[in-house]
Design a protein around this ligand. Structure first.
Ligand SMILES: *[C@@H]1O[C@H](CO)[C@@H](O)[C@H](O)[C@H]1NC(C)=O
Ligand SMILES: *[C@@H]1O[C@H](CO)[C@@H](O)[C@H](O)[C@H]1NC(C)=O
Ligand SMILES: *[C@@H]1O[C@H](CO)[C@@H](O)[C@H](O)[C@H]1NC(C)=O
Length: 241
């Protein structure tokens, strides 16, 4: 009896009641004329408020952002690196410090698009290649003067949006600083030399790792955004259709 009522309560709360958006978040109604302009401001405002987490709506802090996906495996041959690679413990700093952001939503196709521009974003992750763990790129900067587009295809199911798929594509990248740590069992002199060479060749390295970066980012963003969409109903987000 006790178990049944617990299950009923869980079902009830997860399927019927949307969590309200935090009162400090701007709301936009899908029927308003300038919806995308409103959405742009709303997303900008919301991201600026993520200097702390908002667990009630499933949103993490972006200061720094710690990926909910702890391990990402990249099969051999996916990039020029012909070993299987494992990326762990992804942390992204300055994720809320964009210089420009546009958001738009097409309610006919349920495609949500974000275009974001950053002076600098810092990616930090453990990178394991051929069984060796490296840490990259940190302490300096990651991508600089960069912009990218994120596209989520959503579907509305039982009053909630779900992410069907997503893509993240770099549009611009003017510089990238790479810093691998723990090279050569911590031999700093040799490690520094390698880092200088890597940074001199950052363009080629970025081209090689671009697909991996993009896939990694779209997976992380989808996982994060899905937790929010699971809590806040479509009508709470954008009003009734
Ligand atoms: C946002 O949209 C404006 C107006 O269309 C455009 O000038 C600007 O470059 C866009 N910014 C980004 C980051 O896409
Ligand atoms: C995402 O899903 C939509 C709807 O199923 C499909 O039209 C689109 O091609 C997919 N996009 C990608 C990048 O897989
Ligand atoms: C980034 O953009 C700023 C402002 O346009 C510029 O001063 C700086 O040199 C750029 N940095 C790189 C690494 O391109």
């Amino acid at each position: 009896m006790i178990n049944t009522s617990v299950i009923l309560v869980v079902l009830f709360t997860t399927s019927c009641f949307s969590v309200p958006l935090p009162s400090t978040f701007k709301k936009c109604n899908r029927k308003e004329a300038d919806f995308n302009k409103c959405l742009t401001t709303a997303v900008q405002d919301a991201l600026h408020q993520l200097d702390k987490p908002h667990p009630e709506v499933g949103l993490p802090s972006l200061n720094p952002f710690v990926s909910p996906i702890t391990t990402i495996r990249i099969g051999a041959g996916t990039s020029v690196v012909h070993f299987s690679q494992v990326i762990r413990n992804v942390k992204i700093d300055k994720f809320a410090e964009f210089s420009a952001l546009n958001a738009s939503m097409d309610f006919n196709t349920n495609v949500l698009r974000l275009d974001v521009e950053y002076p600098v974003v810092k990616f930090e992750f453990d990178y394991e290649i051929d069984g060796k763990i490296l840490v990259m790129p940190i302490r300096g900067h990651g991508p600089e003067n960069t912009s990218f587009e994120v596209i989520f295809t959503l579907e509305e199911k039982n009053k909630y949006y779900k992410v069907v798929n997503s893509t993240m594509v770099f549009k611009k990248l003017e510089a990238m600083r790479i810093n691998l740590e723990n090279l050569f069992d911590g031999n700093k002199e040799l490690g520094d030399k390698i880092n200088v060479v890597l940074n001199e060749n950052w363009k080629g390295i970025f081209q090689d790792l671009k697909d991996v970066y993009q896939k990694l980012n779209s997976e992380i963003l989808t996982s994060t955004f899905s937790k929010f969409l699971d809590k806040v109903s479509a009508s709470e987000l954008f009003g009734d259709p």
